[in-house]
Ligand binder design. Sequence first.
Ligand code: HEM
Length: 509
Amino acid sequence: MEFLSSAWILLCTVLLVSALLFRKSGRGLKLPPSPTRLPILGNLHLISNLPHRSLCKLAQKYGPIMTIYLGSFPTIVISSSHMAEQFLRNYDHIFASRPVMGGDNDLLSPQKLTFSPYGPYWKFMRKFIIQELLSPNRMRSFASLRAQEVFAMICSIQSKAGTNPDSVVDVTKEVGSLTNNIICRMSFGKKLNEAQLDGRTFREVLYELLALSSSGFAYSDYIPLLGRLSLQGNRHRQAELAKILDVFMESIVDEHFERRKKGIDLECGDFVDSLISLSEDESMEIKITRDHIKNVTFDILAAATDTSAGVLDWAISELLRNPIAMKKTKEELDSVVELDRMVEESDLPNLHYLQSVVKETLRLYPPAPLLLPHESIEHATIEGYQLPKKTQLLVNVWAIARDPTHWEEASKFKPERFLGSQIDVKGHHFEVLPFGSGRRGCVGINLGFSIIHLGLAQLLHCFNWSLPQGITPQNLDMSEIFHINSRRAVPLLAIPTPRLPLQLYELNN
Ligand code: HEM
């Protein structure tokens, strides 16, 4: 009884404080239009677990720039290419920060480049990551590693296909392992065993952590005391998972220190070695600690694995639903590569239809449908609206890329729309922005493309794919889930039939 009355007093305090904050926010400023808001919740009740879809519907009513109150916090949501150009090009210098959302050991730690506010640390680390991991030279030096891992995936699928003509393969799992293996080898020189993290894979732990963490729209994110009451999410489990990841990252860093003690040739060092060297550099203005090393490495793994794998997953799903597009992709592969060898990276520039398939997939299924939240570093007046310092911005690239004023039959999968078109998807054309644009745009575009293009080309060249019994192109489950980023809600299962001479699957091994 006593507990209940204390909880009641606590809840009343939450309501009172939130109501005061609610009255205070945006007072006296001309903010973009907003749906009617409720005390405490603001507009949270209007946002479903697929927020990009709810926000797209709201934009149809309130316009391409609107204010959405997440609890008492006003957030600007933009949903047109014109507004995206305003915020990500013309006012990019003001909206290039991120709201601070987590503590140092959190999934959303500001020590991670992805969640780091605009400033010297972010600038330095972004440049460092590009230089040490993603520069054209580094990309070239990792070409054979990518080819080996794609080939390993093909062999893994072939071994399953070989056992039984109706063997169903979990495509989602295969492409997830592919991207994870590539990025782990690039970052710390080895791939992970399937069950390296307390009996589970890296992806399993990451997905559970993402599911428990802030989606950006959880009530508990915006009404902190409710968060503390754990009305949403399981903080205890979150802490357990963070610990598992930390133990894993610790072991990676320890191994690298050990190798250094034994005097390995640092010329052949990997990304973690480069970070360790940085932490030992006394002349550095920004002190890089062991926590930074773990956070940045984990950031790269998380940013690269899920995004590229998700695109591969959706591309194959769409091709299975669209036999004509599948046929065209294969015909192109057969004419460029022919059936007596596997695809090589040098073939990719000649696979124009396949490149259009990838662009169309990124248009319909951007892995981060709302990008990551941006935050302004100073006051700005844009389109006549007065936006104070620290305004949070969400860019609904999912809605923008399905805007019928720019895209004919916008929700249809039509790779042809990109054939011969000047529109790229790398952030120069604001009608389609799967990688964002400007200062906070993705640093891994070229790596993402090389994994996706080679992975997709090889999967389609080496196998004919069909759906399991009972599943048709019309009833294939295409539902998605959103946890910071979005991906297929259920794994894609399909049946591969080898199409190259069988010895090719072994020869290159
Ligand atoms: C298809 C693959 C990928 C897609 C669609 C994608 C998409 C994105 C998006 C939308 C953002 C946020 C942009 C913004 O908030 O304005 C982002 C940021 C980022 N991406 Fe990617 N990404 C992909 C692959 C990769 C890869 C392979 C890496 C590998 C290193 C990577 C590393 C990062 C990093 C570090 C950031 C944070 C940049 C910053 O905040 O300054 N991404 N990505």
